[in-house]
Ligand binder design. Structure first.
Ligand code: MRU
Length: 360
């Protein structure tokens, strides 16, 4: 994996306010990623020129967030197909098959990853000559469609919120986690721009600190004030009436409306229901998996024990302690007030309403 220090991000064509961050770019003939492991201390980019390194970057969370890993995988297929075509212009399809399998399983919970690999595979099957131009076009479409979906969801989600509301978000479902603009943070961006959102709490998101490190960095880059809180403080925040909405993204939405998202989301949803606080999930249709019947069928990634037993490289738990570290949890549809996709808003979601919304 080649990496290069970069202090200033390339300017991004801005179409909406608060839209200055792009975590993924196609840079000529390679992928350019913000290395999210280093934020907020350092803004550095990593350049990827082959598929196995791209799969490793997804697994190691150089890039993370459901739509972002799907987009990265799509660009990685361009790199992989190009390499296999150069190796053998006749047999490249067969050679590419295990590469696609490797990519699709780099992380198990976010369905956007396998969705994007499958979409790229289908296009590759129609190609006989050099696959790079057409696959590059398809990956670019996946990326552009994601940003466009986020713009639509931002407006739809913000419209549900009363003027001057304060919101709590968990993990990072922003520009860093998507093609740009973000899902939950897209609603925050649109809500701040329209005056509907007057304040944002970001829960820290143990153990990887996506909230404290990434959401806080991303919002401050845009000039949006943010208050970081431990997720353990969420129930108290709600009890004291300090927030009116919880807004989160999703890694996979099952056919019945159950939502897998970052560990801690379920606890926030339980607390929100207890305190009569509204709970919104914002995700593109690429996150909806109608082939998974319910949340119980969603594979939950289990991450390394060191993420919990050590902090910043220093062991914090006593030797001999073990850790249980599921990276995601499932929030049942019954605790969700609204699922927002680019196709519309599903209030009090269930299987029938979600299916009808996807057909629209
Ligand atoms: O482990 P991560 O950082 O990839 O988890 C990310 C999340 O849980 C996000 O909330 C989710 O992917 C939605 S991103 C728009």
């Amino acid at each position: 994996m080649r990496s290069k220090l970069c202090t200033v991000s390339k300017p991004v064509a801005q179409t909406l306010p608060y839209d200055s961050i792009r975590a993924i770019e196609w840079d000529g003939d390679r992928i350019k990623l913000i290395d999210q492991r280093l934020l907020p201390e350092r803004l550095e980019h990593i350049y990827l020129d082959n598929l196995p390194d791209s799969a490793r970057a997804i697994r190691d969370m150089v890039v993370r967030g459901a739509p972002a890993i799907g987009i990265t995988a799509a660009y990685a297929v361009v790199l992989g197909a190009g390499a296999r075509f150069a190796e053998d212009p006749q047999a490249w399809h067969e050679l590419l098959t295990p590469d696609l399998a490797l990519l699709a399983v780099a992380r198990p919970t976010a369905v956007n990853l396998s969705w994007a690999v499958e979409r790229m595979r289908k296009v590759s099957n129609t190609i006989t000559g050099d696959p790079v131009p057409l696959l590059r076009k398809e990956a670019g479409s996946i990326h552009a469609e994601d940003i466009a979906a986020n713009y639509v969801m931002g407006k739809l989600g913000a419209a549900l919120i009363d003027d001057g509301s304060v919101v709590l978000t968990h993990c990072n479902a922003g520009a860093l986690a998507t093609g740009g603009y973000g899902t939950a943070l897209g609603v925050v961006r649109a809500g701040v721009a329209s005056g509907r959102i007057a304040g944002v709490y970001a829960s820290e998101t143990r153990p990887w600190l996506q909230g404290a490190r990434l959401t806080a960095w991303e919002l401050l880059q845009e000039g949006i004030p943010v208050t970081v809180t431990a997720e353990a403080a969420a129930a108290t925040l709600m009890k004291q009436g300090r927030v009116q909405w919880v807004i989160v993204g999703a890694d996979r939405i099952a056919a019945n409306g159950d939502v897998a998202n970052k560990i801690g989301t379920y606890a926030a949803a339980l607390a929100a229901r207890h305190h009569d606080i509204k709970f919104m999930v914002v995700a593109p249709t690429s996150t909806v998996d109608m082939s998974t019947a319910s949340g119980a069928d969603i594979p939950i990634e289990s991450r390394g024990e060191d993420e919990l037993l050590a902090f910043a490289g220093r062991r914090t738990a006593p030797d001999g302690a073990r850790a249980w570290n599921p990276a995601f949890d499932v929030t049942p549809a019954t605790l969700i007030d609204a699922i927002v996709t680019e196709k519309g808003v599903v209030l009090s979601p269930n299987r029938e309403k979600l299916a009808a919304s996807l057909k629209s």
